[in-house]
Structure formats: C-alpha cells, structure tokens
Design a protein. Structure first.
Lengths: 331, 331, 331
C-alpha cells in the first residue's frame, strides 16, 4: 500500500473544492485495497496502531459516526468518542478549546461534524497556526461540505464501472442527476465538486425555492458547460446514467420552502415509473437516512436492480479507511 | 470448544419457545468453558476476531448492554454501540433501514433491544429474506422474550447443582416459584419456557391484575400439569427450591393495576420471614435492577446464604459469550 | 517498571488527604515512565490486559472521562462506559447496586465521578466489606476531592522543574497561588493537600463569599504557617512561582455569592497585567474547561510563555496511566 501514498500531501480533508484528479484517484485506489482487507478473514490492519482518532460529532449521526468508528478500529487506531450531551459543552467551553484538549491528550486525527459551516476549517487553521501535527477530517459541516460522503459515492460509481481499477475518468461524459434540496445540502455541494472534476455532466433538479438560479454562480465558470439546473424532474432524468437523490429535511416545510411532503414526492420523488426516462441500466444513490415515500418510493429503494444504497454504506467503511490511512501516514 | 458447536443450528436467538433440550445443554456446556476463560489470566479468546457486533439498544439498559459489550470484547469482536438519542432515529429512518445500514457496514451480529414485541423477529425475517448471513440476538423485546436472561438464570441454577457439568435435567422435579408482574414480564415468559422444558414444576404468584387466569393458555397444554398459578404468595413458596422475583415497573401503579408499592411489598415482597416456608436451602434470583424494599427486602437481597443476584450477573457474561460464540461460528 | 511499584499499598484512590510523600513520588516516577510510553511509536503496554475498567460518570465530563478512557486503553484494559442517561438510574437502582453489578460482571477498577461528596468512599468501603478485590478511583466527588487532577497538576509542576526526575521536594519553598472559587472546588481541596505536603507555600485568593475565614480550619494546623488566605488578588500573586486559577461555576451568581462575571474578572481574573506582580517566569494552570475572559483573559490563556494548560491535559493521560497501573498491579 506504500506506493499509493507517496504522493499524498493533504493533511486535512475539509472540502473537495481543491481536490485534484490525482488525489481522487489515490483515494479510489487505496479504497480498493481496503475493500480487500474488509473481505479478508481478519479484516484488520495495524496501519494506525497507537494513533488516536477523536470522533467529535456535535450533530446527531448514526451512519457517518459508526462508519468512521469502524474504519478507525479496522486500522487498529484507538478511538475517543465525544458525546456532546454529556460533555463540557454544557459548561460553556469553546469548540476550539475542546479541540485543543483532545490535541493535548494525544489525538492524531479529529473527525468533526458540526451544524455550522466552517467549524472544521477553523479548527484546522488553528491547529496549523499552533504547528501541531494533528489532522482534521470534516465529517459534515452545516451547508458546506461532506467530503467523505461524496468520495464514497464516487467510489461506489467508479467501482461499479471497473471494480479492480476505479478511477475518476470512468465518469467522463456520463449524465448524473442530483435531485432534491440542493440549496441546503452539503452532500450535493461535495458531489458537484467531484463529479464535475471527473468530466461528468451534472444535472440538478429541485423546486426553485431549493435551487435558485444563482446557485450556478457557486460553481467555477469553467464547469458551466457541464452543469445544468432544472426546476422539473423529467429533463434531469432523461437518459441519465446515475441519479442521486438527497434527503429532504422536514424542517423545510416549516420554512415555507415546500408546500407538503406529498406534493414534493409527486413532483420530485423517484419511482419506477419516473426513472423509465433514464438510461435502462440507471442506478440510484441516496446518502441516507431515507424518508421512504418522500425522496424515493419504497419499492424502488428496495429494488436491487436499481438501488446502490447498501453499496454506498459498504463503500463508506473502505473509503474512510483509505482517507484515515492517507492522512495518518503523511510525512 | 469445537466439539460442542457441531450441532448448533440456530442462526438467530429470538425466543426460547422453540429451544430444544439439546440446545439448552449446548449453551450451558459452552458457558462453562467461557467461565473458565473468564477465570484465566488473559480473559480473552480470539473466537470472533474481525467480526462486528452491533449493540442496538432502543431502550435504556445498564446491565444487559454492558454484559453483551463485555462478552463481545472478550471474544475479540469489534463493537458498534448504537445510541438512540444521538442517532438517525430522530431523523425518521425506519428501524429496518437502520438495521440494513449496520448490515451494509459489515455487522455480523446485531443485539437488539426494543420496547415493541416482535421487532427482533421482524428484523431477523427481513435479514433472511435478503439472504444475508447476519444473526439477530433478541436482548429483550416488549413483553415478549428476553432469552439471554433466562439462559443465564438457567446457567446460574444448574451450575449451582453441578458446576462442572450443568445440564437442564438437573432441574427435573424441582419446585421453582416466579413472583411478581408475570403479565408484563419478558423475563418471566422466557424463564417459563426454559424451566418447563427442564422438567421443573413452575409456580407463578402475583395479584390477579398481573396474572390473569387466562395466562395459562399462553403455555402449551403439555406442560399444564407442571404449571401452577397463585394469587397469594405462600402456596407458591411452600417447599420451593428456588424463587425468582421480578422487577416491578412503577408505571403499573399509574395503570391502576396495583394500589401501592407498600401494599405490594406486604403481599408479594420476599423477606427472611416469608421464605421460611421454602426449602431450607432455597435460593433467590432477581433479574435486576432491584427496587429494594419492594420486590425483596434489603436484608434478604444482601444475604449471601440466599441471594444469587450477583452470580446471575457474573453468569450473564459467560452465557452471552457462549451464545455469541455459537451463533458467530455457525456453518 | 516493576521496581517503582513494590511499595505501593493503596487499593483505592479517594482523597489526597492521606497521601505520603513516598506515594506522591511513586506516582510522579511511574508517570515519567508512561510519558515515555506515550512518546514511543506503539504508545501501548499490556500492563492491564484482561482487566476491566468501568468508567462510571454520573456527572457530565469531557476531559476527565476521555483521559481515563485513553489511559486505560493504552494499558490494554477493556473499558465499560457507563452512560447515566441511558442507564438503570432511570429505573431507580441504587448507586451501590449499580457498582455491585459492574463488580459481578468482572470490573477490576471503577472510576467514579458523582455530584455528591463521599459516593466513591462509600462504594470503596462497601467493596472492602464484601472482601472484593475491586479498586475504586475517585474521578471527582461533589465538593470533596479530585485526586487525579491534583496529581497531574503536581506532575506538570515537578516535570517542569526536573523532567527526568520529578519529585515532590522540588516544590519546597515555592509560592503557589490558588485563585477562585476555593470553597466549592474539589480541585482546590486536592491541590491544597498535595502542595502543602510538598513544602510549598500556598496562597489562596477569592472573594470572602467563596473563601470564608473558617476555610483554614479544614487544613491540619501543622500546615498553617504555610497557608495564607487573601480576599484580594495582588498579595497572592506577589512573587508567586505558580498560579492555579479555578473554573468559576456560573451557578454561583444565582446563589448570590457573586455580583457578576464581569466584576469577578475585574477583581480576580488573571491578565498579563496582573501577573506582572508574580515571579518573572511564573506559570499559570487551570483545570479546564475555561471560561475565557472570566477566570483568565483569552490572551494570557493562549500565551505559551505562561500557560501550562495544555501540558496539564497531556500530563493527565500519563498520570492516570500511572495510577491505574499502580492500583491494578497491587498484591
């Protein structure tokens, strides 16, 4: 595995905005090796033995937290779980001071999820200013980025196309639709970065309240000829190779951005009928947790001919092992 | 240990209703071996190395959750703890989808506690329908079953009678009283299954609101000549070899099923005085946590001549190691 | 490491009131060895392999709980985390019964934090009465004691003065100020014990509501010539070698013991300006979590020339490893 890491230079994983094609391919490549580890009998490697991974989740999470925890365990790291409800947060400590405490205890990698955009970046900058060796991993910050989710989506897609040698160029020219609450989705933001970098054509579909025309300005203009915004579902699905649908936060209703879940499902929910407009071997992704009958019909979600949702979760462990391994073996 | 497992076929442990005498004996036997492991210096075996045990407790629990966690650790498994308050449950995911997520992450055994009867069975059926290899362990579901509790009770009783070779036939003809809120107790239900299967005579005692006459119909008629229902304590205790008292849920008062804790204690609480009707070497069991002065007097609970409560907890780790080992080494 | 432990006899660590100079030095000495372990590549020793450390925190805590957890992991112990919110506490079990449950499960060391003074001592006495081998570690009880905090403070101070050979006598004659809510601080109580035992001169400074004159009577009279009480900050700081400032519980305002945080900071908050009265190479300690701008200014807290706050946290892991090792290898 040593050969794949020689060119890795990122100390922190905060955003995919600055990921290079080589970096994407290194992650995909390394994840293949770890998928093999996960399929072996022992399922463990001593790659991070003695290192401490602090799981700092300031927002509730099942799958992402557990996925990082399992990835760290299978790399033989020691894990510290930070549980906000029973923590010093109730005592008024700043997040930066909490991070410094874990640093002083010996944390080597901090995996941070926070409801405010920018918190992981702030901590990473402060850690660098203090010349510490610690790495910060953004596990989802506000509306900003969720890089490991987009990388596991990328791994799921590229592995489907070439299991032995997944690489970003496999997606060149593919049509990929992203459907749902684009405006408030860190998953969408990270996926837009990686998919545009791969050469895919990215079609976004959502009601105008969740996808304002101005959204295109958040994407570098060099990509504008491959980015398309739709306020209706059908043109986004037409001949699509892959469809990613996003979780709908029920709070959006209270914000008057949506009339009802039922109307949303009628207009933007994925069903067998709807995806008949797509390429015949289209595959569906969803970052989970799913609101069945809202973003996607129960029948379609459970149809193994189309759904990649389980594969995404499985990819998550391998991809997070790869990322922790790469940032944990720097220098 | 390999010889004891060759005949084990149960993939899931949901209920004791269908346990065979051979299966009971296999569990008791295997637990003896693990008791030896727990008394050794290293206290660990690599039996489940690389396997993932997901502890999914949708209801609060100290002892059962910790007991399973410790059992899994001592078998060298990796453990994922699911904490409902900080989980996707708040995001509206179905329990089945949560289970599928842990499956996709690589869980081999899911230990599930839920306040609704039938949840573990539902998940097990779905996992089988999907042809997954995952095993489901019911750690207590609603009013239905709590198989590991009854098996550790069985191990505690049989080990007392023959520490080297505990077997279910040792209880044949013994008089065992179960006292308390039978109607609402999954512990009672599982114990009634195992004790009747062993050939013991089972005497139930409770106020009529907590033990309706119809309760007997829930037990196969082949056992009716060894099952006795009492609405007073004394006849149940008379010449009893063992007395199991059950935890009283204080909510029962609010349901108008009981007048007061004090009256309950006066009528059904165990005391030194009361158990003088029993066999002289009678032993008392309680699944915990105990309401001191309600189900049992503080003095009796702390009297090592009678109380097996600590031994039950100790048995719990060995029995759960045995069960996890057996279902984790199938096929 | 074996040579340092031959004379260790304490089974429980409840309070520093009865610590001998030899015991302090044994802890300091052993912690040096573990600091080396923490600086090594593997960071782990098998010293407590097979032993179970139960982390029983009945009060919220980030740093102390994580520090004990990491210390135990690096000694290769198995850890059981007791989470009060999801535990049997909601079911009315007594704390003593919870402790006995963990004992019966196989816990060798229980690390206990509780909001009531005396809980760890009570449990230790009960465990001894029952002739169990279990050790109780007080991780902070009410207003009483927080021995591991004072020992890590001691290690931080003595290591600064002689990193290779920290010993209590290095503090002889030093002037050490403790500033803040002395009356309600278990950290202060434990530190007063260790610092007076070392031969240091201890100057306490607080508003009279938080440091009544009678407080001196809680300290053995043999130390009175080295203990000084001040109701103003300046005389305590004058020529001080070290200043420990304590966390201010914001609840004190509601108790009418303090007018406002702002006034408190003006009178007792540490700033660069204030500490100009101290010895020029004065160092500042704080047990954390810090209320920035209350006990200490943000600028001073972040100034590495003065602040030992990070070193304290780092010392914590080594000192707790030392203590767990010493009580885990008794007899």
């Amino acid at each position: 595995m040593s050969s794949t890491t020689t060119n890795w230079v990122k100390k922190h994983v905060i955003s995919l905005e600055d990921f290079t094609p080589t970096e994407y391919d290194t992650v995909l490549n390394t994840a293949v090796s770890f998928k093999d580890v996960l399929n072996s009998r022992t399922k463990k490697v001593p790659a991070l033995q003695g290192q401490v991974v602090a799981n700092m989740f300031f927002e509730p999470s099942t799958r992402t937290r557990s996925s990082f925890e399992l990835a760290a365990k299978r790399l033989s790291a020691d894990i510290l779980n930070f549980a906000p409800s029973t923590s010093s947060l109730t005592k008024g400590e700043t997040i930066l001071d909490t991070a410094k405490t874990y640093l002083a205890m010996g944390a080597n990698i901090m995996v941070i999820r926070h409801s405010h955009s920018g918190v992981p970046l702030n901590i990473a900058q402060e850690m660098d200013r203090l010349k510490t060796g610690v790495s910060i991993f953004n596990a989802g910050d506000g509306l900003h980025q969720h890089p490991s989710q987009a990388l596991l989506d990328l791994f799921t897609l590229c592995s489907l196309l070439d299991p032995k040698n997944p690489r970003i160029s496999l997606l060149e020219g593919k049509k990929i639709a992203i459907v749902g609450d684009i405006l408030h989705s860190r998953v969408a933001r990270s996926n837009i970065n990686s998919l545009l970098a791969s050469g895919a054509r990215v079609h976004l579909a959502a009601p105008p309240t969740l996808l304002p025309q101005l959204f295109a300005d958040t994407v570098p203009s060099v990509y504008h000829d491959r980015l398309f915004l739709h306020w209706h579902l059908t043109p986004a699905l037409e001949d699509a190779d892959f469809v990613m649908t996003l979780r709908l936060q029920k709070e959006r209703m209270a914000d008057y951005l949506l009339p009802s879940l039922r109307e949303y499902h009628q207009l933007f929910g994925l069903t067998h009928d709807r995806i008949s407009h797509c390429n015949t071997d289209v595959k569906i992704l969803h970052p989970g947790p799913v609101n069945r009958g809202v973003e996607i019909s129960s029948e379609l979600m459970d149809d193994p001919r189309f759904s990649l949702i389980s594969q995404q979760v499985t990819s998550g462990v391998a991809v997070r092992m790869a990322l922790l391994y790469l940032i944990g073996n720097l220098k």
